[in-house]
Design a protein around this ligand. Structure first.
Ligand code: HXC
Length: 257
């Protein structure tokens, strides 16, 4: 791995992926995204991992797709490079992913953070889709995910002007889960990850899948999907253990089965 660093057990059951192209503000070239995809596929299969954190560094989560790599490409070059099949594979990760964002999360960087399930931001974080300023538009879901996250008016403003959204505004508009001082964002992310890692990984996976389905379907179908996943949890040992522990007034010990 050249452009990312993976720590499988940062804490028990918690894996950390650090984007590591600091000189380019973690600009997302093709290889970096493929490394992320490969890491996520391996972590998804590793039963010692229940929650995945993705982060950059203090200065940048990621300043977007690599503009230098794209600058001279034709439409057909871009089509054949087919970078978004990698993004589609990333989106299919079954385990929960938390983005810990400090500094720039721009263009593909903002889209990457939004592809994760939750975002914890440092108060220095700056989100934006500034593609319009370089004569293009978001291509990895920005027009769709940002609009679903913060609504049409603000999303139009950001995407049509390229303005940045401060961490405080990102919280106000519901793009991020929490904003904390710069020294705290990794700690805060770890707290959230630890809380989820104690729960049944089977139930967590089925819950993530059901929440994501709400963006892809109408209510009737979404409710039916949720119901099936709800029933499915009753096939797990974790559901038996969870409910038994409640009745016996003790802490549940979830095995992920
Ligand atoms: C390639 C990048 C880069 C990028 C920064 N760098 N962003 N290289 N692609 N997206 C490089 C710079 O060229 C420079 O390297 C180094 O990182 C530091 O950047 P500076 O510009 O010198 O830093 P600063 O003045 O602090 O400005 C920070 C910044 C600015 C505001 C984040 O770098 C910026 O505007 N970056 C581009 C943001 C952007 O437009 N993103 C959207 C990309 S399109 P050198 O070696 O030159 O000094 C996109 C499409 C997504 O994401 C769809 C497909 C996935």
């Amino acid at each position: 791995m050249e452009f990312i660093k993976v720590t499988e057990q940062k804490e028990p059951f918690i894996a950390l992926i650090e984007l590591n192209r600091p000189k380019e503000l973690n600009a997302l070239n093709k290889q970096l995204m493929e490394e992320v995809r490969d890491a996520l596929q391996a972590l998804d299969k590793n039963d010692q991992v229940r929650v995945i954190i993705i982060t950059g560094n203090e200065q940048a989560f990621a300043a977007g797709a690599d503009i230098k790599q794209m600058a001279d490409k034709s439409a057909i070059d871009m089509l054949l490079i087919d970078q978004f099949s990698t993004w589609d594979q990333i989106r299919r990760t079954k385990k929960p992913i938390i983005a810990a964002v400090s500094g720039f999360a721009l263009g593909g960087g903002c889209e990457f953070a939004m592809t994760c399930d939750m975002i914890i931001a440092s108060e220095t974080a700056k989100f934006g889709q500034p593609e319009i300023k370089i004569g293009t538009i978001p291509g990895a879901g920005g027009t769709q995910r940002l609009t679903r996250a913060i609504g049409k008016a603000k999303s139009m403003e950001l995407i049509l002007t390229g303005r940045f959204l401060s961490a405080e505004d990102a919280l106000y508009y519901g793009l991020v889960n929490k904003v904390v001082p710069k020294e705290m964002y990794m700690l805060e992310t770890m707290q959230l990850a630890k809380e989820i890692a104690q729960l049944s990984p089977v139930a967590v996976q089925l819950a993530k899948e059901a929440v994501n389905r709400s963006f892809e379907t109408h209510l009737d179908e979404g409710l039916a999907f949720e119901r099936k996943n709800f029933y499915l949890t009753f096939a797990s040992e974790d559901q038996k253990e969870g409910m038994k522990a409640f009745v016996e007034k003790r802490k549940a010990d979830f095995k992920g089965k």
